[in-house]
Design a protein around this ligand. Sequence first.
Ligand code: NGQ
Ligand code: ZN
Length: 452
Amino acid sequence: MTRLHFASALLPSGWATDVQVVVTAGAIAAVTPNVAPAAGDERHSIALPGLASLHSHAFQRGMAGLAELRGDSTDTFWTWRETMYRFALAMTPDDVAAVATLLYVEMLEQGFTHVGEFHYLHHDRDGSPYADLAEMAARIAQAAQDSGIGLTLLPSFYAHAGFGGAAPHAGQRRFICSVDQFAKLMAASRKAISKLPGANIGIAPHSLRAVTPDELAAIIPLADGGPVHIHAAEQVKEVEDCQAWSGRRPVQWLLEHAPVDQRWCLIHATHTTNDELAAFARTGAVAGLCPVTEASLGDGTFPAREFVGAGGAFGIGTDSNVLVGVADELRQLEYGQRLKHRERNVLSGGAGASTGRALFDHALAGGARALGRPTVGLTPGGRGDIVTLDTAHPSLAGRSRDAVIDGWIFAAGSGAIDCVWAGGNKVVEGGRHKLRRSARENFNASVRRLVA
Ligand code: NGQ
Ligand code: ZN
């Protein structure tokens, strides 16, 4: 049992003062505001719930910053993808484990206590399955276990290079499964996470580019009530190709042909019309926004103001993991809207309301829904996922309540996070994860070899 005491904590009911939180067996057992610290309570000043990165491709952290050289032709998402595929083809299971472990360490240091791992690097380098079909999934599970981050594993079904069942190309060979093989992969992946505390599993039909309607219908039952994530409408070319194939835009197609509901998360959904947004919002599905990656890849700007106005739910993901941080994603999301609308405080809840707080609340609730976690925030029954901020940080000086969140997201840069508990274990202290050093060494050794 761990007993913590916070001078100030953000609870589902709002800010509370003098809050005692008791964590037992990884979960929050009791939350009591307005009590003086008791002997034996570990004391901190400001506590927030940890957030989820609802969309990650962990292995891509290994190539972060390595695709910033302009090529011969116009650089786009599609040329980046070629570089990414080459990197993916070189990685061994040990490399994936090393990269994922450091990524999850970094996520925890930056305020993410849970990750939705959209996992598609399944097979060996020549495309043949590993003896254990879920070898790579097991490496992801091990990285989650070692770092302490909560895991929602989303094994991805990937079968085609384009709409209408186009044959995959050689660069995609490590991702490709038949429906039967994917069913076996799901069973093996369930086993791989079965001993991981607090982990769950869903499925991820990769995109309408990579999955035919028949395959989509065949794999959805394999989610068995868990989350269903799919990339949709990230690139204009993807929307055009989808229209050429079906006469429908990707989000429109999904809403008309797939059982999209609260269990679903549409990743990116960048290029979406107002009609699509309103229908999407009504389903209760979550928009999985990855603002830093969407900026990095030149995807476009999601119509977040319209979507939120229609009552839509969103969460945030770190996707390519080119840069990893709660504050970075939320700031980029709001700044993208400001640049688009030429206004300030676009996603704030209304007059007098803090933008940082509105962004944070959305990402907390949307992330939990998208990853199939019913309990949201610092409340009994929730996982012991807690982040404290360093009140000595200059960007937090003199602030309280929502102004602290604004200072963290918009002004602090790094260094505002003090301690992080994940599943009740204190894994970050003074801003450093206890595995930082060894995880960096292993990551560096892998990446040095991969780029040599
Ligand atoms: C992915 N990334 O799954 O990693 C994709 C690229 C693809 C983004 N969509 C691969 N940002 O789309 O086929
Ligand atoms: Zn993605």
